[in-house]
Design a protein around this ligand. Structure first.
Ligand SMILES: [Zn+2]
Length: 167
């Protein structure tokens, strides 16, 4: 039987943060606080219990307004809090979203689906998430390396390096 070889490299040093990573502004901390307050006020579960509303998220519109949402868990794929917050902003007339905050059990990074939606809708958006160096704000493009943009009109687009150059 062939020996199983360990091919992974174990780097125990600090992870390199994306180039766009930076500490949160006071405004972004407000967003995190809104997400936390929203889920704390509206969850159906105590800490360490399961529930269907367990995560909150908040977004900044470009005009400075903040909108929040909670997740709608369902086995058929109910939306995460990030997507609900985006829709709430849209419903109130916000057309340009700047930042997404994410909270619940402390800041949690968006799942893969949310990353794709954020990238496709707002490719210049910043996302607040925990890192090895604490809570940071990073551009969505740094969370979706080599991603192909999907658009309503054209579907999945050819890879566009220009999307990944803004910081
Ligand atoms: Zn999600």
């Amino acid at each position: 039987m062939p020996a199983v070889r360990h091919l992974g490299l174990c780097h125990r040093g600090a992870m390199t943060l994306p180039a766009s990573s930076r500490e949160l502004t006071d405004d972004e901390w407000q967003l995190v606080e809104l997400a936390r307050a929203t889920i704390d006020a509206n969850t159906d579960a105590d800490p360490d219990q399961d529930g269907v509303h367990t995560m909150g998220a908040a977004v900044f519109a470009a005009d400075g307004r903040m909108f929040s949402g909670v997740n709608l868990y369902h086995f058929t794929g109910g939306p995460c809090a990030e997507l609900v917050a985006l829709a709430a902003a849209r419903a109130c007339g916000a057309r340009d979203i700047k930042t997404v905050g994410n909270h619940g059990r402390g800041p949690v990074g968006p799942c893969g689906r949310d990353r794709q939606v954020l990238f496709d809708y707002y490719s210049g958006i910043r996302v607040i998430l925990p890192t090895e160096h604490g809570v940071r704000s990073v551009l969505i493009t740094d969370l979706m390396p080599l991603a192909a943009l999907w658009t309503v009109d054209g579907g999945t687009q050819p890879f566009d390096p220009a999307l990944f150059t803004h910081h």
